[in-house]
Ligand binder design. Structure first.
Ligand SMILES: [Zn+2]
Length: 72
């Protein structure tokens, strides 16, 4: 566990992450595998679209909800 505030995965962005984008590339990942990107409010749409057009995007969840589900 880290106490560091997670930051947005968008290139060059240092904003706090608010969203978790869960994705899977069927060519390289097993179906149940989830990769995650973090996004601030500003970049959620951009990153979602990037994954969405490739058919990779599985879920977009509030960071706090994601953490709660990971811990629970
Ligand atoms: Zn951002």
């Amino acid at each position: 566990m880290s106490d560091e505030t997670p930051i947005c995965s968008a290139k060059g962005c240092r904003a706090d992450a608010v969203w978790v984008l869960a994705w899977n590339n069927p060519k390289i990942h097993t179906p149940e595998r989830r990769k995650t990107w973090l996004a601030c409010d500003e970049h959620r749409e951009h990153l979602s679209q990037f994954l969405g057009v490739r058919g990779f995007l599985k879920d977009v969840v509030k960071f706090e909800d994601w953490q709660a589900s990971e811990e629970g």
